[in-house]
Design a protein around this ligand. Structure first.
Ligand SMILES: [Zn+2]
Length: 384
């Protein structure tokens, strides 16, 4: 089967994150088993009751999986090719979303770019190779729920089923190897006050004024964060943003509550918690002059940054094969989870992230074919 036919079959399976990914996993498991790989499913029921599955398919060259106790006996994988099976939702007006369509050398469909093109290329590459010749273990890793916070890959890292030496994480990078990425962290901050008639401010305490004082401190923290810089990022420092604020109930009531979101994107080498520590210090300072300053911080997300050395053999291999120098990504990826599993990880794949997620996303056919060639060569280079 050609890589284009494989991509058409993958696009035809609706795998938006809100649904179970059991159907696409069963398709992928069948393809991998027919190619001679041993598959293992790591299933989980999400909060909506949908079954979400991570699939690990590996050659027999390594230690066998333990099956029942994966955490105890871990396979060592030389090279893992990682692709997420879920896609973002599609507009009902896009009637060909699940039907791969070609126009001007480009293939259109939901997930065609992000990230089914990489999955189709990985399957095609594996099927083109005589796996019995491989001396070091190769794995295909297919994850769930990447688009809603890399949840599947994080769960896989917790289960810890294998140790990987190298991982290529499929994402549309226009075939440029990406060896670093900023972290992504989010917190919701709630300030409390005391409601009163606005004609008598001395009877209340404004949660909005308190929020304003804290936000002014955050602007100072954002300025301070600029002093710690990492080359290769735009901008080269950790950024933060107060994106949403809500507070108060009427113009003539002293506000009893004010909430805002704080989002920050960390540079490699700086822990996600660094900004939280600066935030907590600012809150303590404000409490000294206002003992009733009540503030709750719900830090719901902390995806770490990642950086793989420019000296890594995988980085250098992909730079040579693609003819492109390595760069950094501005969006969240599964690379930190693969690094947690021991890997030197690089994000790499066909298609452009700027057309991903939109109606009419597409992958150029020449990049799709080039990706098959590069992944085949990677398997031979690292596993033969
Ligand atoms: Zn993606």
């Amino acid at each position: 089967m050609t890589v284009e036919q494989t991509l058409a079959q993958l696009v035809a399976i609706d795998s938006v994150s809100a649904r179970s990914n059991a159907e696409i996993i069963s398709y992928l498991a069948g393809r991998c088993e027919r190619a001679g790989l041993v598959t293992e499913r790591f299933a989980h029921v999400d909060e909506t009751g949908a079954e979400k599955i991570n699939l690990v398919a590996q050659t027999l060259a390594g230690e066998p999986f333990s099956g029942s106790t994966p955490a105890e006996v871990r396979a060592t994988i030389e090279l893992a090719l990682v692709g997420h099976t879920d896609t973002v939702p599609y507009d009902s007006a896009w009637i060909e979303a699940l039907q791969l369509t070609e126009k001007d050398g480009q293939l259109f469909g939901r997930g065609a770019c992000d990230t089914k093109a990489f999955i189709a290329a990985a399957l095609t590459a594996v099927e083109s190779i005589d796996l019995s010749k491989l001396r070091k273990p190769l794995a295909l890793v297919f994850t769930a729920d990447e688009e809603i916070g890399c949840l599947g890959a994080k769960r896989l890292a917790e289960v810890n089923p294998f140790i990987a030496r190298y991982a290529i994480v499929g994402e549309p990078t226009s075939l440029q190897p990406m060896r670093a990425g900023k972290g992504y962290c989010l917190a919701e901050i709630t300030l409390r006050g005391r409601e009163a008639h606005s004609a008598y401010p001395q009877l209340g305490a404004s949660a909005i004024f308190r929020a304003a004082r804290l936000i002014e401190r955050l602007e100072g923290i954002a300025q301070e964060l600029r002093n710690d810089q990492r080359a290769g990022f735009d901008p080269p420092y950790t950024t933060l943003n107060v994106g949403v604020i809500k507070g108060g109930s009427a113009k003539n009531i002293i506000a009893g509550e004010c909430r805002f979101t704080l989002e920050w994107r960390t540079i490699p080498g700086q822990e996600a918690k660094h900004v939280l520590r600066l935030l907590n210090k600012a809150i303590e300072d404000l409490q000294r002059s206002d003992p009733d300053f009540v503030c709750e911080v719900d830090d719901s997300r902390a995806d770490e940054s990642f950086e793989t050395s420019s000296e890594s053999e995988l980085v250098q291999f992909l730079e040579t094969q693609s003819g492109k120098g390595s760069g950094s990504v501005a969006f969240g990826t599964e690379a930190p989870s693969m690094i947690a599993l021991g890997a030197e990880a690089v994000v790499f794949g066909p298609g452009n992230i700027r057309v991903a997620h939109r109606t009419g996303e597409f992958v150029p056919i020449d990049q799709l074919n080039q990706c098959v060639r590069i992944l085949s060569q990677a398997i031979e280079r690292f596993c033969l």
